[in-house]
Design a protein around this ligand. Structure first.
Ligand code: CA
Length: 532
């Protein structure tokens, strides 16, 4: 009897040993974490409910904060698409990586962090919008949109040539991402995946069902929608990004060319801005059937009301149309982030995967009467940043330190135990993620925007920003300084640079600004070099 018991006992041990090793073979225990970097394009923190639920609920993006950490003071070094991406990839300010604006080419001989992951044995991939003319380096697999890409039936650049996929871009980028994670990658290796949305970039084109739902909604207006730019300098007054005067009925608000013509040309024709025609022409017949009734209804409301509208009413109508389309695009991003998070949970990958959600910069959602980005003022300077990393980050935590997109590369490299090049200019956020702020000594950050003259005509400026103050120097064709008291005037309505009460602050901030320019290797010589 005893020997039978022993045999059974031994069998159980052998069986469990065998099944354990089988299981381990199927899911290799990786010592290094996977990295899933999710970035959208122009996604304002005001449109993520972890930050504010005034405009929209984003339950899926919020999951990252609920299971991890929300950064309330994350910001960029240069608030425009391609320069932000160059900073993220190189871990350097744009005056050093050379991608100071959207026009100049990106120098591909530089070290970018995906190359370092690839060298260290990671599987690397990039799906979605890169926004450089060049193919990405350091990724084993990629499918990227050419330039800005299209919302409908988008083209993709791949290693095997170009291809077009029928459908809605946000859904497609997600399908491709999940497919790579599930079927295409080498599961014996950790992965670093860059999952990059085109949405919610202008010209906003929602998926048909979201378009229908969101055109029925009305959104609260920001307090500064009718800002007259009093107490601000020339740059705010001359920028061309006002909803009333610069947002286009055709390009942005879905007013058809024939409606415009029948109404005697509602606005002057701008040949280079043909968002409506460009997007609409990509729709196939089946898709047009879904969009046409919604577009017709918008056009009918416009035809009936526009001739009687005063400027204030036009502004309000444009703001609602803007929010309806922008937030509908955001809603699709949120749904799709949820799909990827679900996949990670269901496949057992979540536990060993660091997930980051961010945008390449912030965006004005009617604050100061604006859309677009570029300024060092908060809505475009700040960017959403949410991290999730089970067993490393305490769920539901927030951090209010001034962290920048400059810090991402070094953070990912430290998480993966890969040495960062000495000339990267950021700081790893790993201690902050683990709740240790004791050695975080950064009190202010440096900002430099260049793309002027250019679209939206936001003047060149550099700035130093601390939690308390923001000092901005606009230059090129002006020489103007602005100072904002961030605690007393969070909406940045009053430039107090010439207020005698702030004379000491100005003096101190100028010294610190000079120190930051030295620290980050920016200089008058470089300012001049980039003037050419
Ligand atoms: Ca952008």
């Amino acid at each position: 009897m005893k020997s039978t018991q022993n045999i059974i006992f031994l069998s159980i041990i052998l069986f469990s040993l065998f099944s354990c090793s089988e299981k381990e073979k199927a899911i290799p225990k990786l010592t290094k974490p996977n990295i899933l970097f999710i970035m959208s394009d122009d996604h304002a923190y005001q449109a993520i409910s972890s930050y504010s639920d005034k405009l929209i609920k984003t339950p899926n993006i919020d999951r990252i904060a609920k299971e991890g950490m929300l950064f309330t003071n994350a910001c960029v070094t240069n608030s425009i698409c391609a320069p932000s991406r160059a900073t993220i990839l190189t871990g350097k300010h744009t005056h050093l990586n050379g991608k100071i604006d959207n026009k100049r080419p990106f120098d591909t001989t530089q070290v970018t962090f995906p190359q370092l992951f690839q060298k260290a044995g990671y599987q690397t991939a990039m799906y979605g919008k890169l926004h450089f003319g060049n193919n990405p380096k350091g990724v084993d697999d990629f499918m990227i949109l050419p330039g800005q890409g299209s919302y409908i039936n988008p083209n993709f650049i791949t290693q095997k040539g170009d291809t077009t996929i029928t459908g809605y871009v946000t859904d497609i980028i997600t399908d491709l991402t999940i497919n790579w994670l599930d079927k295409k990658r080498d599961k014996q290796k950790p992965f670093m995946m860059m999952y990059l949305h085109k949405a919610p970039h202008r010209a906003w084109w929602p998926r048909a069902d979201k378009f229908k739902t969101f055109t029925q909604k009305t959104f609260p207006e920001p307090e500064s929608l009718f800002d007259d730019y009093k107490n601000r300098g020339t740059a705010a007054k001359t920028a061309e990004m006002n909803l009333l005067t610069h947002m286009k009925y055709g390009h942005d608000s879905k007013i058809k060319p024939e409606t415009m013509e029948n109404m005697g040309g509602v606005e002057p024709k701008v040949p280079s801005i043909r968002g409506f025609e460009r997007a609409y022409s990509r729709l196939n017949e089946e898709q047009r059937k879904l969009y046409d009734p919604i577009i017709d209804s918008i056009n009918n409301v416009f035809k009936n009301n526009w001739p009687t509208f005063n400027d204030k009413q036009k502004m309000r109508w444009k703001y609602q149309r803007y929010m309806q389309d922008y937030l509908a695009c955001v809603s699709s991003v949120d749904d799709n982030v949820g799909r990827v998070l679900d996949y990670l949970d269901e496949s057992g990958l979540s536990e060993n995967t660091m997930v980051i959600y961010t945008s390449d910069q912030g965006f004005y959602l009617g604050e100061h009467g604006w859309f677009d980005k570029r300024f060092a003022y908060d809505e475009s300077f700040k960017t959403p940043l949410l991290f999730k990393w089970p067993n490393k980050i305490t769920p539901g935590t927030t951090n209010d330190e001034m962290v920048q997109n400059l810090d991402f590369a070094q953070t990912f490299l430290e998480a993966a135990q890969i040495e960062a090049p000495k000339d990267m200019q950021g700081e790893s956020l790993i201690p902050l993620l683990k709740g240790d702020t004791s050695n975080w000594n950064r009190k202010s950050v440096y900002y430099h925007y260049y793309e002027y003259p250019g679209q939206h005509q936001v003047k060149r400026h550099y700035a130093i920003i601390s939690k308390e103050f923001k000092l901005i120097h606009f230059y090129y064709d002006v020489d103007e300084w602005e100072l904002y008291d961030r605690l007393k005037d969070p909406q940045e309505m009053n430039n107090v640079y010439n207020d005698p009460n702030y004379a000491d602050v100005v003096k101190e901030m100028k010294i610190k600004l000079d120190e930051l320019r030295v620290k980050y290797k920016d200089s008058k010589e470089l300012d001049k070099k980039y003037l050419r």
